[in-house]
Design a protein around this ligand. Structure first.
Ligand SMILES: [Zn+2]
Length: 106
């Protein structure tokens, strides 16, 4: 099976001087697309490996920004157990429908 490599190439923007050098030197990074929560505005990076399986990367800013998420963390629940807040989940679904997040099997 061949992996299409052109699909994600246009998404990489690591050399953009407008952005701080926070881009991780991770070869998987191109799979991730930024999605903002329609409710709280938290921005996370999302990759879809299948229609059922999302990988969501929260950074510290997003964790603080999402009320649902930070309430759970303040409660002592480990954040790794919380996939996403409910409104972010629907924002991600919309991004997938729009084609802003591609479904790419690993
Ligand atoms: Zn949220």
């Amino acid at each position: 099976m061949e992996l299409p490599s052109a699909a994600g190439a246009a998404l990489t923007g690591g050399d953009d001087p407008q952005h701080p050098p926070a881009v991780r030197d991770d070869e998987r990074a191109w799979r991730y697309a930024e999605v903002a929560c329609g409710q709280c505005g938290a921005v996370v990076e999302v990759a879809k490996f299948s229609p059922q399986h999302s990988s969501i990367q929260w950074d510290a800013v997003a964790v603080l920004r999402c009320a649902e998420f930070s309430a759970a963390v303040a409660d002592g629940r480990p954040s790794a157990l919380i996939a996403t807040c409910a409104s972010l989940r629907s924002s991600i679904d919309a991004a997938v429908r729009d084609g802003r997040v591609e479904v790419l099997p690993p």
